[in-house]
Design a protein around this ligand. Structure first.
Ligand code: ME8
Length: 655
């Protein structure tokens, strides 16, 4: 029988900055879903990619002094770029599309022309508001307090000759799709779309621009480039070969089973995307799922706010699997969730170190200790085992029900309830007590360990989509062969041979010392913040002119340091005794204790202005001021006393 096809996509990401944990969240979720579907036996197509056109990229490239193509290459394909991030996160995408790929560009031109030919794209004048960072057009009525309703930033007036898509024509069909089918989930997003966008009246959509050039050119009207969202949305089909010969999988995989998208782009996917497909007479995707955002301190992460969390750092510290697991275990996929380091560490400690890690290590350690790693055959079940065994037998179905609804958190909850039950079973059966009399209890002890190994096996199969590498290690340790790692096997009890061979390995998820780790993270974040600061900052030069005669009145002299001491009760002041060439010592107080040790300055020749009126500091007289150079380095003030050649005699005038 042919395998069931399953086509799943992430949004294609803007390569305008490094991706953060929020982007990683969606891709990890899609990856878990793709792996789950493969596990269940589907023929999966998992697509991700990058959305590389638009004014924002053009502007950023200009700022960086490179071409837009160089700019995006640098973020997508260069070392440390998006492709590397997905490799690091163990993302199993089958295809990666870049909207600058030649086949995609040519296909978009054909698509645009087709909608123009069928009358759904027409030429007019665009007057309205444009949000540059979001690359979105808005009507006055859609703005929130006069600002972009998506990101809250200022919008600009825009007026130009442009092409329009007859979105209004499809308003009723789209509304019907949203209200009367399961096309868009979660359901709360349907009300949002209908109330905010459809009920106020869908206006035709401006779908070309002439104010920048970094986009797909409208081939029949030079000067126009295709609106980035048309270019972007059709990626889901061009990547399968729609209107191009690069690929040839449209028949197998279109319509898509699900597009996973963040909530702010649900509007594009659930209104504009189906309307364009209707215009082209193409089948609609089966589902759009709008997931929530990962928030930091209650707000959306963004590079411009400087509050992004770097997945590479977290994966480096805790391991890729722990990070993947945390993202899907902690936050309900359809709602927003607040990211914090505490939560991450707590999840790793509780679920992975305590529950799963302990279960695996205790079970394998006991199998090694009591049976040298190989259970004897012929062990027997007891009544006490039924509660655990029944729970494991029904686990796959309960998990599947949640996975089919994209409720990763609930699916994992089912697995972890079972893991916790198994840990309790260890306490209930007391293997260490049984081991005291192996002759009498050896068979029973083997049965207990077998039940634990079977529980671990089934849970591990179900954790495969979330933590692929760690699960392989658990299979190795617990002696699960290939046929005991399958989806089918997860619904069956007793897939391990009775005399299973166990090999205890290293602890999979070491416990993290929360307080110490938080402190280190804080330090690392502070270092990263500092590293991001400009290396050297110097004060801008003054515009205010000083007349020559006034300047000449300032009397700068070379002075030699005869003595230098800290001023008692002051962290800042040093007291200098100086030879200024007059034969009488001069005393100057200077607030430079942070930068110099007094003894290092004795004997040096410095520069002082000597005709400032004397002033008192900490009860001591200061007659003049030492001259220093100051600048800021990584946010910190730096000071260097001006020191001159010691051959210059004390009192020499500087002019
Ligand atoms: O929107 N939490 O690209 P994008 C969760 N190019 N998800 C987040 C997030 C966060 N803190 N921050 C961003 C685009 N995302 C378009 C898509 S598709 C045809 C074109 C999600 O790089 C965001 O919600 O700005 C979106 O789904 C995805 O990252 C890509 O965002």
């Amino acid at each position: 029988m042919d395998k069931k096809h399953f086509y799943i996509t992430t949004p294609i990401y803007y390569p305008s900055d490094k991706l953060h944990i929020g982007h990683t969240y969606c891709t990890v979720a899609t990856d878990a879903m793709a792996r789950y579907k493969r596990l269940t036996g589907c023929d999966v197509m998992f697509l991700t990619g990058t959305d590389e056109h638009g004014q924002k990229i053009e502007d950023k490239a200009k700022e960086a002094g490179v071409t837009p193509q160089q700019f995006v290459d640098n973020i997508v394909t260069a070392p440390g770029g998006i492709l590397d991030l997905w490799k690091l996160m163990n993302i199993s995408n089958d295809r990666f599309i870049r909207t600058t790929d030649g086949y995609h560009v040519a296909a978009i031109q054909k698509i645009f022309k087709k909608m123009y030919d069928n009358g759904d794209i027409y030429k007019g004048t665009y007057k309205g508001k444009y949000c540059k960072p979001c690359e979105s057009f808005w009507t006055e009525s859609q703005l929130k307090d006069g600002k972009c309703p998506d990101c809250g930033r200022e919008v600009q007036d825009a007026e130009e000759e442009a092409y329009f898509f007859r979105l209004s024509k499809y308003a009723d069909r789209v509304r019907d799709l949203l209200e009367n089918t399961d096309f868009l989930e979660p359901r709360s997003r349907v009300h949002e779309m209908v109330n905010n966008f459809i009920k106020p009246g869908l206006e035709d959509l401006c779908v070309s621009r002439t104010s920048f050039t970094w986009g797909v050119p409208v081939d029949f009207d030079p000067g126009h480039v295709v609106y980035v969202w048309i270019d972007a949305l059709f990626n889901y089909m061009t990547a399968l070969g729609y209107m191009n010969d690069e690929h040839d999988d449209l028949d197998q995989y279109w319509p898509a089973d699900v597009h996973f998208v963040g909530k702010e782009i649900v509007r594009f996917h659930s209104i504009i995307w189906p309307a364009m497909l209707m215009s082209m007479d193409l089948p609609l995707p089966k589902k759009v799922y709008g997931h929530g955002w990962l928030l930091l301190d209650g707000g959306k992460m963004s590079k411009s706010k400087g509050n992004v969390v770097d997945p590479v750092i977290l994966a480096g510290r805790y391991g890729v699997d722990a990070l993947r697991f945390f993202l899907l275990r902690t936050f309900p996929f359809g709602s927003d969730g607040n990211f914090s380091n505490e939560l991450l560490i707590q999840t790793i400690n509780t679920d992975l170190a305590n529950d799963l890690g302990n279960l695996v290590s205790r079970t394998t350690a006991m199998a090694e200790k009591y049976f040298a790693g190989k259970l004897p055959a012929g062990h027997q079940a007891a009544d006490l085992d039924a509660a655990l065994v029944d729970m494991v037998r029904g686990l796959r179905d309960r998990y599947e029900e949640q996975m089919e609804k994209f409720q990763f958190q609930n699916a994992l909850e089912e697995v972890f309830k079972t893991i916790q039950r198994a840990n309790k079973y260890i306490d209930e059966t007391g293997p260490w007590a049984l081991a005291k009399d192996m002759e009498a209890n050896g068979a029973r002890l083997a049965a207990v360990l077998y039940n634990l190994l079977e529980t671990v096996r089934v849970c591990t199969v179900l954790l495969l989509p979330f933590m692929p590498d760690s699960c392989e290690k658990i299979f190795e340790q617990t002696g699960a062969a290939a046929e005991a790692r399958t989806w089918d096997s997860a619904a069956r009890w007793g897939m391990l041979p009775a005399d299973v061979q166990v090999r205890k390995g290293e602890a999979l998820f070491p416990r993290i010392d929360m307080a110490k780790e938080l402190e280190e993270l804080e330090k690392a974040a502070e270092e990263a913040r500092r590293a991001a600061l400009p290396t050297v900052e110097i004060e801008p030069q003054s515009d205010e002119m000083v007349d020559f005669d006034t300047f000449c009145k300032s009397d700068f002299r070379a002075v030699k340091v005869k003595d230098c001491q800290r001023v008692k009760k002051s962290d800042k002041l040093l007291r200098f005794t100086l030879d200024d060439g007059t034969g009488t010592d001069r005393q100057i107080l200077s607030g430079i204790a942070k930068w110099y040790q007094p003894e290092d300055l004795i004997g040096r020749t410095l520069v002082a202005i000597v005709n400032l009126p004397p002033r008192k500091m900490m009860g001591l007289q200061s007659c003049g001021m030492l001259i220093s150079a100051v600048h800021t380095e990584r946010g910190e003030e730096c000071l260097h006393l001006i020191m001159v050649d010691d051959a210059i005699p004390a009192g020499a005038k500087l002019c």
